[in-house]
Write a protein of this length. Structure first.
Length: 281
């Protein structure tokens, strides 16, 4: 991958226009691709729209956190999808989104895992988990029924001072750390530039390939559990209303909620911010 000081090439509009079953629109700048797609959905846009921004200026993450990226340094996009599943299963959508992204990125860098429900983390050679991807899934009421907006932001070539939050990382940073741990130099990183167009193509194709798992929730949850670094760890859950709960992340229930054990009892968490405290045991 090229360092941030080198040219960051634009997305290839021609290649993206040739993707099957989706309509990709590239915008130079946007406050939030989720907001753009949600507005289009309310106006009657059908599922299959993908909006990707070369420069996302005020993207929203979970709990209204702001997600900003330098121009062409990240891959930030939103998909409009029709899950075609019963309402109780909509909680599986964030898990599917995280599972899709983890599946694709794990082929490119080491130490990729999921923090419940859908943060994608990368563990460096120092053993520290850092946030690599932000995901936000929103339900939107269109003229013909509910649709889901699946927003994904992947840090690609940001340097440490360009990252959106403390404790974040990028694909470039992870590659540099891997090379340094193996005794290599910066030149070994330069040949590993990530083609953002290719990455988006792969993510869309993987989403399409794995979407049938929504109809097979047991299979989806089994795959998710296998790459979820939250399970088995002591966690602190920040719940709506300012409450907190600490315990061990034991499992996921049939709807994808996190089951946290605290002594003899358990708490099922459907919404909240999870902080990894330490490895259990």
């Amino acid at each position: 991958m090229q360092p941030a000081s080198a040219d960051r090439p634009p997305l290839d509009h021609r290649r993206l226009s040739e993707l099957d079953s989706v309509r990709v629109e590239v915008v130079e700048a946007a406050a939030s691709t989720n907001a753009l797609v949600a507005e289009r959905a309310r106006a009657g846009e059908e599922a299959g729209l993908v909006v990707v921004a070369e420069h996302q200026q005020a993207g929203r993450g979970r709990l209204d956190r702001v997600w900003q990226t330098p121009p062409r340094a990240a891959l930030t996009f939103s998909m409009l999808v029709d899950p075609q599943i019963p309402a109780p299963r909509w909680g599986l959508l964030p898990l599917l989104a995280g599972f899709v992204v983890e599946t694709v990125l794990a082929e490119r860098i080491e130490g990729v895992g999921l923090k419940w429900p859908n943060d994608v983390l990368a563990t460096g050679p120092d053993g520290v988990d850092r946030k690599l991807v932000g995901i936000l899934v929103e339900r939107v009421e269109g003229p013909h029924g509910p649709l889901a907006v699946v927003g994904i932001g992947i840090n690609i070539s940001q340097t440490p001072d360009e990252l959106p939050i403390e404790g974040a990382t990028s694909v470039l940073a992870q590659l540099r750390a891997e090379v340094a741990a193996e005794g290599g130099g910066e030149g070994d990183v330069l040949g590993a530039r990530v083609d953002r167009t290719e990455l988006l193509e792969q993510l869309v194709a993987t989403w399409q390939a794995l979407t049938p798992l929504l109809a097979e929730p047991d299979d989806l949850l089994a795959g998710y559990r296998a790459v979820c670094s939250t399970l088995g760890r002591e966690v602190e859950v920040h719940l709506p209303g300012g409450r907190t709960h600490r315990g061990t992340a034991l499992d996921l229930d049939s709807h994808g909620a996190l089951v946290v054990g605290d002594g003899p009892g358990t708490l099922t968490v459907t919404a909240g911010d999870v902080v990894h405290v330490r490895l259990a045991g």
